[in-house]
Design a protein around this ligand. Sequence first.
Ligand code: ADP
Ligand code: ZN
Length: 726
Amino acid sequence: MIYHQLALNVPLDTLFTYAHPHRLPEGTRVAVPFRGKTVAALVWAADVAAEIDSAKIRPIAQVFDHEPPLDADWRALLQFAARYYHYPLGQAVFAALPQGLREARPVAPPPVAQSFVLSATGLTQAAPKAHHRKQLALWQALQQGALSLPAAKAIHTQAPSLLKQWQQQGWLDAIASPAHGAMPPSPHVLNEEQQAASQAVQAACGGFAPFLLHGITGSGKTEVYFDIMAKVLAAGRQVLFLLPEINLTPQLLARVQQRFPHTRTAVLHSQAAAGARTQDYLRAQSGQAALVVGTRLAVFTPLRQLGLVVVDEEHDSSFKQDSDLRYQARDLAVWRAQQAACPIVLGSATPSLESWHKARHGDYRLLSLGRRAHHAAALPQIVLADVRRQKLDNGFSAQALALLQQNHAQGGMSMVYLNRRGFAPALFCGDCGHTFGCPHCSAKMVLHQQARQLRCHHCDFRQPIPRICPDCGNQDLTAVGHGTQRVEETLRQALPGAAVVRVDRDSTARKQDWAQLYERIDAGAVDVLVGTQMLAKGHDFARLNLVLVLNADGSLYSADFRAPERLFAELMQVAGRAGRADAPGRVLVQTQLPDHAVFQALKAQDYPRFADAELAARQSLGLPPFAFVAAIRADAPSMSEAVAFLRLIIDEQANGFRLPETISQFGPVPMLMARLAGRERAQVFLEGTQRRDLHHSIGLWRQLLRHFETTHRAIRWSIDVDPTDI
Ligand code: ADP
Ligand code: ZN
């Protein structure tokens, strides 16, 4: 018997030893008996020495040997992720596999995908008459090479019936889809900046090279990715193209299909049907699919011919997973590119400060696109409306209402944008702009109205609510963080006859709601859209030419130090929504702090100015990316239980579990969103400038968490390395 160490989908750090008569290749999927059930497992190491009594080692029940094993690079990636995020290897492995491969059943190889090619007779046929423009385009695409059905549909919606017809006439043959095919020429001639960016990346092919592509919305980043992708695909390598959840729309997929009609594409995201996802995963693994387009989970796709990674909108928060294996797909993507020795392009109009910092330090190469690519599309104009000492009508200034009325009268479409994500109630001085920081650490204080206190959610320092501003003596301090309910009502009154539509999580819970809304908007049936960050990204609305931002200031008082960064990114994105067609858009931002660096940079639409100022502030406060952070979280039916559990571990540290001196420990404190799904959540922060010491400390914490979890059954705990949620 040969012993094998297997990864199982259980919350334990160990691998499990099982026996099999032959040595199995590492990465093979198998089924084994475990706790009275048959479960799936992955061979991690073969031919190992028995660590337990060999009589107790059970045989592997079934070997799925017709499936290709997960390759060494994939296993190294998972090994790294499990170690870096301090998560059990077996659970990490199974989190990275699609549903079909998590089960103790063999999976059928994906059916051979079909494409159509011109037959011998077809090749001698004349093209369809030129007045059928799309029909002609379809025919021309077939002349270039094999076309899959989705690619054909992207060219012409009537493709299914046309292809059938042509096939019946004997002009087409059905064949197995090839991974690679001809690249049609780009629809655009790249401008100089685009050309330079594309060339720089192409010149770096063949080795690891990380690039940050900074370009304002509409500057043609996507065309740059496509240009590089075309070259890499033509060289027979695979491309991994990661997008935020919300950007993976049918429109974008159609754009990819149109651009790469003869390239087999796998689409991997959490909304895809489980069966289809498993098949696309297997196609990518086997090399049948050359291009993988997907959301964060696609970073775990096994790709043996990886030649390029693209992460679009790299700053987007959806690349961070906040449950189970808490990974940052952007960071893992960089790791993968390094492992595969290929370039990676991180693109954004407003890069994450982490990436910008790396670009500033030369760790990433910065590529910039400074102009809108489409000459007709002018930049929107951003205006700051100073609303200090103004009487507001349910949040609206007189200037804002007048603009909305005027725009409606002229037939324009407006958007009222409410920023209220992720900032806790705070106190500030409306006269001088003073905010209340914790005297003991770099966090801002959170307002607890009922307890009449300001509290630090970082170190738990508390103080009574101050009556006067310590800076200017103003006695009228303002609370922010609430009050956006009556916006819609106010609009209906101010704009009688206008179609006002509110978009929030409740009104657009389902996908078809979005589709319906887009249809109404495209049909011109919406005059004013009211909504939150859900509106910032994704779809373009041609008629939208005025955006009003109502309550942006809250972010600047937020206890979440990333709030200004998110605000800036969101407002730039919102601004990019305005006037993408021929008429330039206008953006009006109401603020009490018009001189604040964030708003000044926003007005100038100057991301580098914002990022450099914000990084300087982060540096002086010792915040990421100048420090490394991990959050240890516990949740329980009550806050006191969660806090007591974490405190117990801190007390235990005196007994030989001392943290390294470079590490500071804060808490336990409640999370900003303390209550979730009937449980209350507390956390401890570990912070330091040395990654190695941080990981060592997390390891110590983990031992103690493991030890005490057995006596505290009501507690659930987790570790979040590089958390973005506070
Ligand atoms: P981004 O991804 O930076 O937002 P896109 O690549 O989507 O920008 O380009 C914005 C618009 O400009 C698209 O309609 C695109 O087709 C067009 N475009 C991009 N590059 C060029 C170019 N070189 N010449 C003409 N139009 C271009
Ligand atoms: Zn504090």
